[in-house]
Design a protein around this ligand. Structure first.
Ligand code: B12
Ligand code: SF4
Length: 416
């Protein structure tokens, strides 16, 4: 019998002839956002870490909502970072909850900690099945499922596929029908069909913020108010060569203004006072962005919010509407203070245009946070210094990060 074949359900035939599965026992899955004990790189100086606050694991809230809507499984989200859990406390939690499965979000820099959580679960009970998903898995599914402590990985947006997988829990012969699922078979790794991006985002249940303690989240930008994250569109149509997002979501898909503002209102009713909108580029569809601003203003919502935008999608009228709806901050990725580097990165902007938009944003009364990158392939020391000078001279809040090289970026096949 393969390790993933589990007991515990009966099936009956419904009126329309379809099989209905009833769980004999209550099945439970714990979804983990990992801790950071063993970072592959270190992100920021300790002195800054104190002030950063915690951002909610939005992907897990979406998965929890999908599981609740589409399965009979019980689900809980455990955010090891925000709950400041140690490995010992994670073990105790798994012992108390005794789930049938755990799911873990994997970012590349947290892989070691994710594997540690998997080993802890297996140590508590070898029958607990371990499912990994998230950004690292989209890039390295086969390499990751090969680890002994990992039973399954799921690539792509998993709101629908994870629920589908849990519903097939007792039918291992059907696992290969689950989009994006990879698992170990008797003669090698087996995978389901290529996952499709979810097109109708309006039909997804809103993220289940009650699946964990939503009042733990805050941000220095929101001055200690309860903060949450939201995503109103997926996919980015721009083609910066260093970015792995276009590989995952070239197709821009957006929720309607009504659906977005309904979720904002739900957050406000929960006591949340600040929303960080984590779309890659909130302003791709200008008409939709304007409609959202107008609807927030019309409903008199009082929370503050912020967005991330591409320089080329911003103009004075849009800024005015954002300001009126209480948008407090716009994050821009300018990346370099040197036009030659910008051209090579195919960022589609010049440093002059970037400065013009940053100044216009500040003039409107909206704060700016600007991201730069140094150490890009082919970049000279002078160009790096130019970027640092450009940032220091013209921008009040900025972040400079080293260039990260991943297999799934267009630079992988780029030649100077
Ligand atoms: C919000 C965000 C943050 C926030 C909050 C992170 C958080 N708590 O979630 C902040 C600002 C803190 C942050 C910081 C960093 N981030 Co960040 N961040 C994002 C961002 C913009 C949005 C994430 C999000 O909410 N997406 C929306 C949800 C719906 O999608 P999702 O999380 O991917 O989840 C879906 C699937 O991945 C999958 N899934 C997710 N988890 C699981 C688990 C299971 C079991 C399954 C089956 C499926 C599954 O299903 C979900 C639903 O569809 C993404 C880029 C992006 N557009 O996704 C980068 C991104 C995740 N961040 C990234 C990075 C590198 C970082 C930093 C390391 C940057 C740095 N140098 O400091 C830090 C590390 C932070 C930390 N402590 O862990 C990378 C990760 C790349 C990688 N290979 O791992 C991304 C992809 C950006 C990029 N292209 O480089 N980040
Ligand atoms: S605009 Fe941002 S998300 Fe879009 S391709 Fe460029 S870096 Fe990636």
């Amino acid at each position: 019998m393969p390790a993933y074949s589990l007991e515990g359900s009966i099936t009956s035939v419904g009126i329309d002839g379809t099989r209905i599965r009833h769980l004999q026992k209550n099945m439970k899955i714990l979804l983990f956002y990992p801790l950071e004990e063993n970072l592959i790189d270190t992100a920021m100086p300790k002195i800054l870490e104190k002030g950063v606050g915690f951002s909610p694991p939005l992907g897990l809230f979406y998965l929890a909502a999908g599981i609740k809507k589409n399965t009979e499984w019980e689900v809980k989200v455990i955010d090891c970072l925000a709950e400041k859990l140690t490995y010992d406390r994670i073990r105790a939690r798994i012992e108390t909850e005794h789930p049938d499965a755990i799911g873990v979000t994997v970012m590349t820099h947290q892989l070691i900690d994710c594997l540690e959580i998997a080993k802890i679960a297996k140590g508590v009970d070898a029958k607990i099945q371990v499912i990994f998903g998230g950004p690292h898995i989209h890039m390295y599914p086969i390499e990751t499922v090969a680890f002994d402590s990992v039973d399954f990985v799921i690539t792509g947006e998993a709101e629908i596929s994870l629920a589908q997988f849990l519903n097939l829990w007792h039918e291992p012969d059907s696992f290969n029908t689950v989009p994006g699922l990879f698992f170990k078979g008797p003669t090698g790794i087996i995978s389901g069909p290529e996952p499709e991006p979810i097109n109708d985002l309006n039909n997804l249940p809103h993220p289940d913020r009650r699946a964990s303690n939503y009042s733990l989240y805050n941000s220095p930008l929101a001055k200690d108010k309860i903060t949450t994250a939201m995503i109103t569109s997926r996919g980015c149509p721009f083609k910066c060569v260093f970015c792995n997002r276009p590989n995952l979501g070239k197709v821009f898909r957006a929720r309607s203004a009504d659906d977005v503002v309904n979720e904002m209102q739900e957050c406000e009713e929960l006591g949340i006072r600040y929303i960080k909108v984590y779309d890659d580029t909130f302003t791709v569809d200008r008409a939709r962005a304007l409609a959202i601003c107008r609807e927030i203003t019309r409903r008199k919502l009082r929370m503050g919010w912020d967005i991330r935008a591409h320089i080329n999608t911003i103009d004075a009228d849009l800024l005015a509407a954002l300001k009126k709806s209480n948008c407090k901050l716009i994050s821009y990725g300018i990346e370099s203070g040197n036009n030659e580097v910008l051209k090579r990165l195919q960022k589609g902007i010049t440093k002059e245009k970037a400065m013009e938009i940053v100044n216009l944003t500040k003039k409107t009364g909206i704060q700016t946070l600007v991201y730069f990158m140094i150490g890009c392939p082919g970049e000279t020391q002078e160009q790096i210094l130019e970027t640092i000078e450009f940032a220091k001279r013209s921008i009040r809040i900025f972040a400079i990060s080293p260039f990260w090289f991943h297999s799934h970026i267009r630079l992988y096949i780029w030649k100077a």
